[in-house]
Design a protein around this ligand. Structure first.
Ligand SMILES: [Zn+2]
Length: 248
């Protein structure tokens, strides 16, 4: 059967002599694996369609299992994301997250739109760590693990300083803080940003100025949330960390 989908390449790997297998996140069919024959040949018409981060329209044939590409058109090649090392590192992590963190039923149109906007933001030069933290929050939303930042999860109190109980899935007020000894104290800046990110659609991300220490706290918090709830070992994250270390 023939399919036509709009999708973004979230994984691309060599397969046999000159071929590639790509995984697409699509706007209508979740994640799909497609064989791109001859993708590695220099003159291949389909080579660029098989590159990581490419956003395009894909026509493929499938009976069961993997599809086979018959035709495609590039909508956005995102070549900057493959050429600039810091952008490559961030984009690879975002793509691998979608590939690994989401079950088939969670990879719907919502996360498709969020990934599309995330890659566009990286490409346009928006702040990389801030954009990534927002995207991680969207992954947690899609996977059903996003914390509740509206009120204390224990007593409902909405005022005062708060601490995040990663395991409890929400915030604890000063009075209830003792209920989770591992809760992370939130600075006012981090708390505001987390609340905003919980609600914000990636497509509406403008340019926000975030203080360096708030960025560090944000990174620490998103890491704790991802590790506790998803527990993934991602190659792209080691790459990202290595790059961050060298650029200091
Ligand atoms: Zn409380």
């Amino acid at each position: 059967m023939q399919y036509r989908v709009e999708g973004i390449v979230i994984r691309s790997m060599d397969y046999g002599e000159g071929n590639k297998i790509i995984t697409l996140l699509t706007n209508t069919h979740g994640k799909i694996g497609i064989v791109v024959r001859g993708a590695k040949k220099v003159k291949s018409r389909h080579g660029s369609l098989a590159q990581l981060f490419t956003h395009g329209e894909y026509l493929f044939f499938r009976n069961s299992g993997l599809g086979t590409l018959t035709h495609g058109e590039i909508i956005e090649s995102h070549h900057l994301l493959r050429e600039q090392l810091d952008k490559t590192a961030y984009s690879s992590y975002a793509a691998e997250l979608v590939d690994r963190a989401l079950q088939e039923e969670d990879a719907g149109q919502f996360i498709y739109e969020q990934l599309k906007a995330c890659l566009a933001a990286f490409s346009e030069g928006k702040d990389l760590p801030v954009t990534l933290a927002l995207f991680e929050m969207k992954i947690l939303v899609a996977a059903g693990y996003a914390p509740d930042f509206n009120a204390c999860i224990s007593c409902g109190n909405e005022g005062g300083s708060m601490a995040l109980s990663v395991r409890g899935g929400g915030i604890l007020c000063g009075r209830c803080r003792y209920k989770d000894s591992t809760a992370i104290e939130l600075s006012e800046g981090a708390f505001k940003l987390l609340r905003l990110f919980r609600q914000l659609d990636m497509r509406r991300l403008g340019s926000i100025a975030v203080k360096e220490e708030t960025k560090q706290q944000l990174k620490h918090i998103m890491r704790s949330l991802m590790d506790t709830h998803l527990g993934l070992q991602l190659k792209s994250r080691s790459f990202l960390d290595q790059m961050d270390r060298y650029s200091l």
